[in-house]
Design a protein around this ligand. Sequence first.
Ligand SMILES: Cc1cc2nc3c(=O)[nH]c(=O)nc-3n(C[C@H](O)[C@H](O)[C@H](O)COP(=O)(O)OP(=O)(O)OC[C@H]3O[C@@H](n4cnc5c(N)ncnc54)[C@H](O)[C@@H]3O)c2cc1C
Length: 386
Amino acid sequence: MSDEDREIQDRARAFVDDELIPWEEHAEMHDGQIPADVRQRHHERAIELGLFAMNMPKELGGTGMTMFQQALVSEQIGRVTNALGWCVHTPPAWAPAVVSPFQLERWIVPTIRGDVHECYAITEEGAGSDVDAIAATARRDGDDYVLNGTKMHVTSFNSAGYCFFQGKIVDGPNAGAHAMFFVDKDTPGVRLVREPRYTHTYPDTHAIVAFEDVRVPASHLIGAEGDGMSFTYEWFRYERLMIAARCCGAAERLIDEATAFATERVQFGQPIIGFQAIGHMLADSLTELWAARLMTYRLAQEIDEGVDVKIQHAHCSMAKLYASEMAGRVADRAVQIFGGRGYMRENVAERFYRELRVDRIWEGTSEIQRSIVADQLRKRGVRALA
Ligand SMILES: Cc1cc2nc3c(=O)[nH]c(=O)nc-3n(C[C@H](O)[C@H](O)[C@H](O)COP(=O)(O)OP(=O)(O)OC[C@H]3O[C@@H](n4cnc5c(N)ncnc54)[C@H](O)[C@@H]3O)c2cc1C
């Protein structure tokens, strides 16, 4: 780590410790909500501290951090529950390179400034892991496209100003190809179907949203017809690395808290950390955290070094797979070490036990990550990948 890397890490860590963690329990007990003025302060502080839009180029108003620095920040954000860390927002990193000047000004720059939020409308009832199975359509009609489809799990739809909508082109030479569009949430035909409840206690919902004859000008198409999937893959790679980083942060917090508890908690006349059963759970957790952290840091540095994108693709899957499963095991052990207290919602281990579960599902399930890794192994061999 350079001095600058370390300073960024310290800055993110202090923000999490001093301003976010103190609100976790309140958020948990209030349906994920914290007072509006506190949420606004978190948002402003994230911008002041240069943590907001850290993945965006400086010339567009971002802070232009290296991938390694972004992983360091995400790791710290992973130490806090209840999505309080989402105030450190990372707008779509893939966008500046591919959007038109109009789209940049209209959606991306305001997102980097923190004036508006995006959400992703890709998954559907019949298309989850198999994104190619989407039934949503985009039909060209004069200067417009007409979009139809029902999307589910649309994260942050309640706080977003616009969606990235993915659909398949109907008719013409590109029929069946994927295309991605900017769709403002208030466009006629965009309808909230419902907001189901999920395992975690977050303020952001994961909505089911219907797009019914939604008419958008052709200027809302991102890139060309047929480009839709490539943006999704790039987003997946980025998010998989950042999930790995956040899982490392969560595991660190859990090990810290469980160690502190085990050191103080006395049963049978001695601190429980003296019982081999407890010590071994902590030892396993620490060892696995170290492994996951080394993978994650190395992957981030490798992206900064410009390693072949196919190798990055495999390594993003490996890091996400290992770190998310590691964090799940660490959370499970932490609950066990806290005993009955670990089952209380006011306990950090209980919250992480629920919250970390989704990291094995979203941005590609563990099974899909394993399939990607196995496929890459077949194509490139062990030495290229490990
Ligand atoms: C909280 C949350 C937020 C989300 N946010 C968004 C969002 O903002 N935007 C969005 O578009 N989507 C979002 N998603 C959707 C998410 O990406 C999908 O849930 C995920 O890709 C898995 O799809 P699925 O749930 O349909 O499961 P399925 O694909 O139906 O999988 C079911 C099971 O079958 C397994 N399986 C499927 N295919 C294979 C295979 N080839 N080999 C082996 N096993 C297989 C899976 O691993 C899984 O265990 C979100 C999901 C959640 C839970």
